[in-house]
Design a protein around this ligand. Structure first.
Ligand code: FES
Length: 165
């Protein structure tokens, strides 16, 4: 037979457990949810399109601010922009699609070259040589009031398909 004291101790323990559980579930969701969300980025202003000459890729830098869970970071980032005509501009991620090195434009050869394993890309981003499994990754672009905007994204390296991370 349970004593009166034992009965009240059990009731208090059960009530404390229910209250604790009720508080911990929303608290855990509040803490974990931002880390599970995909990184959010918005449109980034890269400046006037007049800075780009047709057929001459240009490296454009910008300050990228990213929310990664609760962590807000700002880093200097760059992309490669290619102007094809007055209103047609392609912007490439600066990361080689092979294993993620930074590549550069070789004006003498008229192609993009990655120093790490020798991948070569045409001005249109197509793979001309080397182990890169897919063309250069293009980024979303829009032109407003003569200014170039992009959404900066990152993609998995080493895969045949373009997969956002
Ligand atoms: Fe560019 Fe390997 S990382 S060729």
């Amino acid at each position: 037979m349970i004593s009166r004291r034992g009965f009240f101790e059990t009731v208090i323990a059960v009530v404390a457990g229910v209250v604790g559980l009720g508080l911990s579930i929303p608290l855990a969701g509040y803490s974990i949810w931002p880390a599970l969300k995909k990184r959010e980025t918005g449109w980034v202003d890269l400046g006037p399109i007049e800075q780009l000459k047709s057929g001459e890729p240009k490296q454009l830098e910008f300050l990228a601010t990213q929310m990664d869970g609760w962590l807000k970071t700002s880093i200097t980032q760059w992309v490669w922009a290619v102007r094809h005509s007055d209103e047609e501009i392609t912007v490439y991620s600066p990361i080689c699609t092979h294993l993620g090195c930074g590549y550069h434009w070789d004006p003498g050869e008229g192609q993009f070259a990655c120093p790490c394993h020798g991948s070569i890309f045409s001005i249109d981003g197509k793979v001309l040589a080397g182990p890169a499994p897919r063309p250069l990754d293009t980024l979303p672009v829009k032109i407003e009031n003569g200014r170039l905007f992009i959404t900066y994204e990152q993609f998995k390296s080493g895969t045949k398909e373009k997969v956002a991370i």
